[in-house]
Design a protein around this ligand. Structure first.
Ligand code: FE2
Length: 280
């Protein structure tokens, strides 16, 4: 490992995240954004009662069949504020919260990008993964004016392994700023325990999915001030996120979108829980 990489690995170990500016070229960012635009263009808006909405509250995250099936599909989730009764308030191009969760498997543009050895190598060299396995992908729009907030969470709650092994790679495809809803993180917070566990409900349980509290250790209230720090990121920046790092983002009330692409890896050496919401 070269010296720069060792330094990056130390920073990641200390903080629970690593920000790497200019990891992607502008061209790479535009290619992913262009592909997402084309996917939305060809997406037919369903009637309100059939549309899936991404809830800002992880605890009440949509648990319908559409959400559960999205682990192996390219599915579209609307912003909570996108709808006015039965109709969209704005054009569909600015009404989608995210596309997920199998772009990395199924999409002709996102799959080759997501599976590149360059990304896998980062999970090894920076985050110390032994056998990185890519299990989830999301294109996040955080659209102007209606882009929803994401409550404080640890990514490892949603992809359960023993021991926890999730590593996220988050790519800023546009500048992420405090104004348009960048992520906020708690430096060093990854050394705390996993607080919650999101899983499929047992057979016969009508809820579909359940959130279970594992550990009551409190976290500082999510506030745009210390000890939280804003992960502002210029277009092309990659942020490596430890699965136990508490983070959140606020809504976007600005007039500028904040497109990002996120990938989640787990370590093949860790045991995958059978009741994970994503089937493997
Ligand atoms: Fe997250």
């Amino acid at each position: 490992m070269d010296e720069a990489t060792e330094e990056e690995a130390r920073t990641y170990e200390r903080d629970g995240f690593l920000v790497i500016p200019s990891f992607l070229s502008e061209g790479e960012c535009f290619a992913l954004m262009d592909r997402a635009k084309r996917l939305v263009d060809s997406f037919e808006v369903p009637s309100r009662d059939r549309a899936s909405v991404f809830s800002t509250n992880e605890q009440t995250r949509t648990s319908d069949d559409y959400f559960l099936a999205s682990g192996s599909r390219v599915s579209f989730f609307f912003e909570e504020e996108a709808w006015d009764q039965g109709t969209l308030r704005h054009d569909k191009s600015i009404s989608i919260n995210k596309i997920g969760h199998a772009l990395h498997e199924l999409d002709e543009v996102f799959a080759p990008f997501s599976k590149s050895t360059r990304l896998r190598d980062i999970t090894r060299s920076v985050a110390g993964m032994k056998t990185p396995e890519l299990v989830q992908s999301m294109y996040i729009f955080k659209n102007p004016l209606i882009g929803g907030d994401v409550s404080c969470h640890q990514d490892a709650s949603f992809l359960i392994t023993t021991p926890p092994s999730v590593v996220g790679l988050w790519f800023a495809l546009e500048d992420a700023t405090i104004e348009n809803g960048c992520m906020w993180a708690l430096p060093g917070g990854h050394r705390g325990p996993l607080r919650k566990r999101f899983s499929r409900a047992p057979e016969g349980d009508a809820r579909g999915t359940v959130m279970t509290t594992l550990d009551e250790t409190p976290l500082p209230a999510p506030m745009p001030s210390e000890p939280w720090i804003p992960l502002e990121a210029k277009r092309g920046t990659m942020i490596v996120l430890h699965g136990l790092l508490p983070h959140w983002s606020s809504s976007n009330r600005s007039t500028r979108s904040r497109h990002a692409y996120a990938l989640h890896f787990v370590d093949g050496e860790a045991a995958w829980a059978a009741d994970n919401w994503i089937a493997r």
